[in-house]
Ligand binder design. Sequence first.
Ligand SMILES: Cc1ncc(COP(=O)(O)O)c(C=O)c1O
Ligand SMILES: Nc1c(O)cccc1C(=O)C[C@H](N)C(=O)O
Length: 400
Amino acid sequence: MSELLSKATELDAADPLAALRSRFVLDDVVYLDGNSLGALPAGVAERLQDVVRREWGELRIRSWDESGWWTAPERIGDRIAPLVGAAPGQVVVGDSTSVNVFKALVAAVRIAREGDGAVERDEILVDATTFPTDGYIAESAARMTGCALRPVRPEEVPAALGPRTAAVLLNHVDYRSGRLFDLPGLTAAVHAVGAVAVWDLCHSAGALPVELDAHGVDLAVGCTYKFLNGGPGAPAYLYVRHGLQERFDTPLPGWNSHVEPFGMRPGYTPAAGAVRGRVGTPEILSLLALDAALDVWEGVDIAAVRRKSLALTDFFLECVARYVPEGAVECVTPLAHEERGSQIALRHERAGEVMRALTARGVVGDFRHPDVLRFGFTPLYVGFADTERAARTLAETLPA
Ligand SMILES: Cc1ncc(COP(=O)(O)O)c(C=O)c1O
Ligand SMILES: Nc1c(O)cccc1C(=O)C[C@H](N)C(=O)O
């Protein structure tokens, strides 16, 4: 047995989270794409069977009340809340991340302008390297609110902030490089100029502590199909901190966020609390699949998840350094722990081809245009032997 393989075996034996893997449906593939689509938690299929056959099939319309369908967006939001460091009543689940970015960003501009009417706030800052949907939505939100959109790199945000800044949309972890940004520091800088911060947590929630309440984050959004394992197309979530909920003026005031949805009133009066972030009828099937998926977090400490995530990514880098010839790939993920999310991104000019070959050999990561090999590490089900195998297979797969 190679030295790294025996090290992996020791690390797996000492891993306090190792048993969590049995909470998922997995095979012998090394699955390093949980930062795109999380694996299937074991209880989801059975729960969905029951939802479809009994709640829908037998109870039909009664399930809106009797099965708790109507309040599921807030109830499941409260299950996500502890994973992102939020007290209850601030997270609601529904719609896609893109739609929630739109709600949050337009509402952020409205809040910022209402705060100090004397100041003309007409600029939105957006992460220039963001996942494209956030940039597209920000461009439209800027046009709709009469703001200019200014794309800046996250590290340039403090210098770019000023009295005209209304809102800032940032990613906690960059989807391509896996770089973790300073959420507390950047949020404080945004607040110092009286602007509102919106964070996209897609690549951090479920992989590392987020602590939204502790850091005074205003608004946040995230998907649930990556590290939260909610399944393909699972609904996203929106966090609005308690102190801003009264002022959260949604640009999508659908009937589900009305104070009295079944009053069928012609005029809109928003409900209080997180419900204000809802729009239309909840996506019950995918919402309840997510509900079942969240059972895997029972008794799991997010700080332990972070410790394992860093240990896995450190070990992967160690194995890559040992197995892959020097200079064959370039790591674009920061080495410093405080700047690293839960993925390693390696640059290679034929990355697309390499990832196809790796996948064919049972190591699944993904390729991001134009030259990035992405390896996502989900601590709940990825182990150290998987990690060693991934690096060894990569070395065997790379073109000479
Ligand atoms: C940072 C980030 N934001 C948003 C999205 C996607 O948004 P949506 O859930 O609307 O597809 C992704 C990935 O798909 C992402 O990585
Ligand atoms: N949301 C996705 C989808 O519907 C299909 C394929 C991939 C995705 C993704 O999540 C991509 C992902 N956000 C990324 O970081 O690249």
